[in-house]
Design a protein around this ligand. Sequence first.
Ligand SMILES: [Zn+2]
Length: 211
Amino acid sequence: MQYKTFIFSPFQENAYLLYDETRECIVVDPGNFSSEENAQLDSFIKENNLILKAVVNTHNHLDHIFGLKYLIDTYKVDFVCDEKEIPYIDNFKASCQAYGLNIDYDPPQPTKLIKHADIYKFGNTEIEIISVPGHSAGGVALYNKKEGLLFCGDILFNNSIGRTDLPGGNHELLLSGIKERLFTLPEETEVFSGHGPKTTIGNEKWSNPFF
Ligand SMILES: [Zn+2]
């Protein structure tokens, strides 16, 4: 499996496009905000002859779903997330207003739900779903065991962790989930967060100031 990182919107959100030798791909956390950013995703898919199969989200905070409606409307694919992330979709317009963004539509609802320990498949690729609530109510990390890659949204960052002061946040739950479910992965696992640079499980286990 290969991946492409995009940095989208004024929130500088990392969206990831995962693809393999079958040319099938998924988008993780589509924060594409402007028509230029939509076009960046479209061009990458087209130039690499990829077939988008689904949008699979780590969580549904506004900066991770700005581009959701565009992708679902354009490609008519599944939208996949944890059930506990649905309230954030319902609250999208209000969240946008709180940030002074005048957005007047409701994003699409999920068409498939994932939960802890599920295996999500596209092409020849298997992604293990690891539930780590605490930054949001139903946040998950997407783990490609074969390649040693973890896409964790805003659960864990390079030398930091996700904020826990938003609805559904829980600091203790986030810390224990990271310790029990992420720090038990191989230390060489590469970690791709929702913002900022990539890191590894080993780096965070030994140098993250929250632990
Ligand atoms: Zn978030």
